[in-house]
Ligand binder design. Structure first.
Ligand code: NA7
Length: 842
């Protein structure tokens, strides 16, 4: 038994929410955080000027309506200290601290196939086991310092912006060299320039930047905004970037140029990168449209920077605007008008080395007292690759990702069972509002973990074929845009030797979410779910009493008896169940079938029930009767509120296949035609009766009717192959049915083994499952028929048939009918009944 359900690496926005979400779902979780505080990016990037480029109203959790109402952001774009305060408030408010371990870096995580669990080792040498391993290490955590010869000889201090000293740095009176002019360099530069004696900005690539127009929050605006926060969040989740934007919805190239200029100017005045780039639909896909916007921005630089030579150097020309992260600043370009700021072009004369007193370029030497590196990150994969992650067969993740990081749906890497990556490669991640994407991933992962548990799966792993197809789709979408044209960190171009792969999904946050939801609804399509080691639970004591009673009674196995003797035993046993609940009326009928009259009993729980259930009892097509099943069918009638027709179909071996299946279908035709009178009709059955219900649903589809609203199958026989794992696991004579019993039942029902693959005998063999009525499936753990039930559900989901599956982890074959004796039977019948009731009432 693993120590934890979920081990999480990292406690930034993703890890913090993961702790809350998993814990609230009843899972045990611990997040390991290398920092001495939580916050991730917002803990480490505490350089002066650090500010989020997404508005505070968007860059905040949406999972708690109370939290979003109570918290007030002081500015339009929050500065780093405020974001960090917010995250600490969240941890306090939701009591997350006990499940977050600070000052602890995850060093390794390795998958143990035998135990179906991860061993997570931390840098203090400790280790913990967990069923699931979730990476929340972030996309921009592994910072990069370029390898400049002689850096170690530099006499002054040097800093990377992402490891800024907590006490800050005083640059007063110093000559400072800043390397890097991305989002970070552009933010930190004006702050340093304001105090330093001189700032030298070493620029390799000029960057585009739009103004923030940052401002204090207006309380009246905030109140109005908060009144509509819920619907705003919904819009964000369905939007393209995770922020609801109001673009023109038109291509710039189709607009009169003057109107384009005016619209761009309005957005420029309003500030903000996303609304500016989102003005026109073609800016990121059409180079001509992009050029219009780029030239507009270059004009703004020319307008702002006094020295034309400096302005010229600051004009970005080498890539389409937006294909590198669009920077945001209110004061970067104006800063170059200060006398204490010098722009150094290291594109034409690259940096060559560092010596004790400063920086050497190919054509000059700059005497410096301090150095600041704002040189970015090994993005997307860097932080995870720093952990020694090993999947199936001990294969390292770094090796699997040698040609570039990949994951099915951007969340689950193939070859790494039970591992998920929040905002991983192939998801919208850094090209979206991260908080929206983080919440979506965490919730999706949580639901997947819960699904696995509820259905008794030990492992969930992406199929390589699904991962391949997804990553091909990610690439295809990316190459329909201008993004791949830039040498950006999006493609790994900033890290020497890194494979050039575009790993953000550009299909949009809303459509991406819908795809993830579809995959989940289809039973985690593209994932292999495996049940091995899944259920550690033992047989429920009430069920064990039944098995003990049967064992104590002794007696030969059914297959040594005549069918009549076996039937008599089943009838005698059914008397232990006692009477079922009262219903308004019960009447016995004879249904006209193709081969003669079919006895049946109609239970009406109320005078005018909303629907009709046609029920087929279990008993291996050989034993059992309407009488024997009286109590459980009554219970189902009451629970569903529907009329239930319990069918005494012909039994084998006297009447071999397809007699029972024919009767089952004829009974449905009668019920739909004579009894339902327009009311919805459902088929249901347990064990061999589940088989008949499934087959009847197939036939009704194939014969164009009658229409069915639902099929309810309890541990159905769906296939003639008795070599499934569950047959071998539960082959003992102590169970109600074992492999040998089932072989006998099949011999009686379909004597010719070759005929058993007929889909009307083995419905799992139906080549096409589309167009079938929704499935409500009940399975139990300690049951030879367990696995074929799961497979049936999988086939249905693959055919997009809605499936609701309830698995009873401590129950035995037959339990559904043991009302009065087993609490779980009462529960299962009432749950199935409630579903039927809901379906027939529409
Ligand atoms: P970025 O955007 O990767 O910017 C890094 C900057 O450092 C960029 O100007 C680089 O020039 C420059 N750089 C990197 N390596 C070198 C070397 N070896 N020599 C000279 N200059 C170099 O990182 P940021 O921290 O600014 O932003 C990262 C993200 O964080 C940002 O996009 C937001 O999403 C938040 P280059 O352009 O490669 O020529």
């Amino acid at each position: 038994m693993a120590d934890l359900d979920v081990a999480v690496a990292g406690a930034g926005f993703a890890g913090i929410y993961a702790v809350h979400a998993f814990r609230s779902a009843g899972l045990t979780v611990r997040a390991f955080e290398a920092g001495s505080g939580i916050g991730g990016t917002w803990f480490w990037n505490r350089y002066p000027g650090a500010r989020c480029d997404v508005e505070s109203k968007d860059y905040s959790y949406s999972f708690s309506p109370e939290l979003e109402q109570d918290w007030s952001w002081s500015e339009r774009y929050p500065a780093q200290p405020e974001v960090l305060r917010y995250l600490n408030h969240v941890a306090d408010r939701f009591g997350l601290w006990p499940d977050i371990q600070l000052n602890t870096r995850v060093a390794a995580a390795s998958w143990d196939t035998d135990q179906a669990e991860w061993t997570v080792t931390t840098d203090d040498g400790a280790s913990v086991t967990a069923r699931f391993f979730v990476s929340a290490v972030g996309c921009l955590s592994a910072y990069q310092v370029p390898s400049l010869p002689g850096l170690e000889t530099f006499a002054g201090p040097w800093y990377h912006t992402s490891r800024w000293p907590a006490d800050g740095v005083d640059f007063t009176g110093l000559r400072v060299g800043l390397i890097g002019t991305g989002s970070t360099g552009i933010q930190v530069a004006p702050e340093v320039a304001a105090v330093a004696e001189h700032l030298y900005v070493f620029q390799r690539t000029a960057n585009f930047a739009v103004p923030n127009r940052n401002r204090a929050t207006d309380p009246a605006w905030e109140a109005a905004f908060k009144a509509d926060y819920r619907s705003y969040r919904k819009k964000a989740q369905g939007s393209f970037l995770g922020v609801p934007l109001t673009g023109t919805g038109r291509p710039a190239l189709a607009e009169p140029p003057a109107e384009v200029q005016q619209a761009l100017m309005e957005r420029w005045q309003a500030g903000g990168g996303m609304p500016f780039l989102g003005a026109y639909t073609d800016v990121l896909v059409d180079r001509d449209a992009n050029d219009i916007v780029a030239e507009f921005m270059r004009d703004r630089i020319r307008e702002t920077v006094a020295d034309p030579a400096v302005a010229e150097l600051l004009l970005p020309r080498s890539y389409p605007v937006g294909s590198k992260r669009l920077c945001q600043s209110d004061d970067y370009f104006a800063m170059f008008n200060r006398p204490n700021v010098t722009l150094v072009d290291i594109r034409s004369a690259p940096l060559t080395s560092v010596s004790a007193r400063g920086l050497h370029t190919a054509d000059a030497f700059y005497e410096l007292d301090a150095l600041v590196f704002a040189t970015g990150f090994d993005a997307i994969s860097g932080a995870l690759n720093q952990i020694d992650v090993r999947g199936v067969g001990g294969v390292p993740l770094a090796e699997t990702w040698a040609a570039g990081p990949r994951a099915y749906l951007g969340v689950a890497p193939a070859g790494f069972p039970n591992m998920f990556i929040v905002t991983g490669p192939g998801s919208p991640s850094v090209l979206s509002n991260m908080v929206v994407s983080i919440e979506q991933h965490v919730e999706w992962i949580r639901d997947c973990v819960l699904y696995a548990g509820a259905h008794g799966y030990a492992t969930v792993q992406a199929k390589p074929s699904a991962e391949d197809a997804w990553m091909a789709h990610v690439t295809e979408v990316a190459y329909a845009t201008l993004f791949p044209l830039a040498d950006s960190w999006y493609v790994g171009a900033n890290i020497p030797g890194k494979p050039r792969v575009f790993t953000c999904y550009l299909g949009g946050v809303g459509p991406y979410r819908a795809r993830c939801d579809e995959v989940a609804a289809a039973g985690y399509e593209g994932f292999a779910l495996d049940r091995r080691l899944a259920m550690s639970s033992s047989i429920h004591p009430q069920a064990q009493l039944i098995l003990d009673g049967i064992a104590a009674a002794g007696g030969p196995p059914f297959w040594e008896l005549t069918p009549e003797q076996a039937r008599a035993i089943v009838t005698a046993n059914s008397e232990h169940i006692g009477a079922g609940p009262d219903v308004a009326s019960v009447r016995d009928v004879v249904i006209p079938g193709q081969a003669g009259g079919i006895p049946a009993r109609v239970y009406s729980p109320v005078p005018s029930a909303p629907g009709v259930v046609v029920y087929y009892h279990g008993g291996g097509w050989v034993v059992g009767s309407v009488n024997d099943w009286d109590a459980s069918v009554r219970a189902l009638a009451v629970a569903s509120g529907c009329d239930v027709v319990s069918v005494d179909y012909r039994l084998a071996p006297e009447h071999a296949f397809p007699a029972a299946a024919d009767d089952a279908y004829d009974a449905l035709v009668w019920a739909a035609g004579e009894l339902a009178n327009g009311r919805p009709v459902v088929v249901a059955g347990d064990s061999a009766g589940g088989n008949l219900a499934a087959v009847t649903a197939l036939r009704a589809r194939d014969l164009d009717g009658p229409a069915l609203a639902l099929q309810v199958l309890a541990y159905p026989v769906t296939d003639c192959d008795l070599d499934r794992k569950s047959y071998h696991e539960y082959d003992g004579t102590e169970f109600l049915v074992n492999r040998r019993d089932m072989a006998w039942y099949w011999d009686c029902y379909v004597p010719d083994p070759a005929a058993r693959v007929n889909p009307y005998a083995s419905p799992l063999r139906a080549p096409d499952m589309t167009g079938l009525p929704p499935l409500y499936l009940v399975t139990d753990e300690h049951d030879p028929l367990r696995d074929e039930g799961f497979e049936y559900a999988d086939r249905m989901r693959a055919a997009r048939v809605p499936v609701e599956h309830r698995h009873y982890g401590s129950q035995i074959h037959g339990f559904f009918t043991f009302v009065n004796l087993l609490d779980d039977a009462d529960k299962a019948v009432s749950e199935a009944g409630a579903t039927i009731r809901a379906v027939v009432k529409g």
